[in-house]
Write a protein of this length. Structure first.
Length: 238
């Protein structure tokens, strides 16, 4: 499964998050990575950290969210990705775990769309070792985390033959259309509420609205690899 093998976590390990590749442009080293020295636990206490911004002409800050709302950390991350070419001319997505939202960009940093997401039940930025090989019934609530980091992602299929975007294949973390789950979980309804406080319900995968997956994720990432950046929520990243 060559496509699936691309889903390698190059993100958080130990106390750090590797965000550089040898193939980047030389000027990347001169641009500060917004994921460095940021205490996301403080922002996590304020779910909505939003600032609207219009298109900018300054090439050092190329992100254009138009009228889409986004947190400061998301905007800073997109600016850094595009300015440093960390996405390697591939489409990319930013997952803001605090605000439970995903933003999808083309290779040039142009925003194609955004949507709410459902994330792992437990807060935390790492996966439990070996969780990808566990039966779901054996994964405790505390182990149901959505890992943070930089991931090379690719379209593929899960064990049930359903199309997904593999984010961290080793740990069985994917982005996929929201599933019905147990009626009591009310997953679809959780996506429709304006608050992010009820969007923590999955075993770690990133659930998106069905139409968003079909019209955005499938369209942008089919036939190519991509980069998914999952911003941390509880750890100080260096």
């Amino acid at each position: 499964m060559t496509g699936m093998a691309l889903a390698i976590c190059l993100g958080l390990s130990g106390a750090g998050c590797g965000t550089r590749l040898a193939t980047k442009a030389d000027h990347a080293a001169q641009m500060p990575n917004p994921m460095h020295n940021a205490d996301y636990s403080e922002d996590a206490e304020v779910p909505f950290v939003i600032a609207l911004k219009t298109a900018m002409t300054d090439v050092s800050r190329p992100a254009n969210f138009a009228s889409e709302s986004a947190s400061r950390r998301t905007r800073d991350m997109v600016d850094w990705v595009v300015g440093s070419r960390d996405n390697l001319n591939l489409p990319f997505a930013i997952v803001d775990k605090v605000n439970t939202k995903v933003y999808v960009f083309g290779m040039d940093g142009r925003l194609h769309g955004a949507a709410p997401v459902l994330l792992g039940l437990a807060q935390g930025d790492h996966s439990t070792p070996g969780v990808g090989n566990m039966r779901m019934s054996h994964i405790s609530p505390a182990e149901r985390t959505t890992p943070a980091g930089r991931f090379v992602a690719a379209m593929g299929r899960n064990a049930h033959g359903k199309e997904v975007l593999w984010v961290d294949y080793e740990n069985a973390i994917s982005m996929h259309p929201v599933v019905a789950g147990r009626p009591a979980e009310r997953r679809a309804q959780r996506l429709d509420t304006p608050s992010p406080l009820d969007n923590r319900i999955s075993y770690g995968c990133i659930n998106v609205p069905v139409n968003f997956f079909k019209n955005m994720i499938h369209r942008i990432f089919s036939g190519t690899a991509g980069i998914v950046y999952v911003l941390p929520e509880a750890r100080r990243v260096r």
